[in-house]
Design a protein. Structure first.
Length: 183
């Protein structure tokens, strides 16, 4: 094989590559679509990465839950709560002395200070939140964490069914040396 034949082979490869690249660019020029700066729809539970001034405020805004959680706890089922908690178990553990995962360990969480676990680094919103994880607070937070305490880093979309929230709160309540009373 002489050098002339090698040159023809290399030239063929280069022409094919250039045609392929040219067609791809031609299609891009012919059918150019500008991406909008602001999405016209928002998928709940997805963080778009845009920082707003509201998320940097020291005192976060809090929304009120609709249902009376104490009435729902009366008919809640711990077994169903265990099943619902599997969604939470990806980031949290309930074991006494359990290690933190993506989220803090939740042993003895009911009626404890929000953002009060010493060995976990909370978001500014949770660390500065003044309150305890009462049944009402847990109900509101589990409904929609990002909306209930704006600025939280918790990416969970929330539990929309009030029965699911009541079941999981009753289940979490049991993981304590002395479970908080339901009054």
């Amino acid at each position: 094989m002489d050098s002339f034949e090698i040159n023809k082979f290399v030239a063929c490869l280069l022409v094919v590559a250039l045609v392929f690249i040219g067609l791809a660019n031609f299609g891009e020029i012919l059918y150019h679509v500008d991406k909008p700066e602001v999405a016209h729809y928002k998928i709940e539970g997805i963080d778009d990465g845009v920082s707003t001034a509201a998320s940097e405020v020291a005192v976060p805004a809090v929304a009120e839950p609709v249902e009376d959680i104490r009435m729902l706890l009366a008919s809640a089922d711990i077994g169903k709560g265990e099943k619902v908690f599997k969604k939470c178990a990806q980031c949290h553990v309930l074991d006494k002395g359990g290690a933190n995962k993506i989220g803090p360990a939740l042993w003895d969480i009911v009626n404890k200070k929000v953002g009060g676990k010493e060995d976990y680094k909370y978001s500014n919103a949770l660390a500065s939140y003044d309150g305890n994880w009462s049944y009402e607070e847990l109900n509101g937070f589990l409904l929609n964490p990002k909306k209930y305490i704006e600025g939280t880093k918790m990416s969970f979309a929330g539990l929309k069914k009030s029965s699911d929230r009541a079941n999981v709160i009753l289940y979490m309540r049991e993981f304590s040396d002395s479970p908080a009373p339901i009054e």
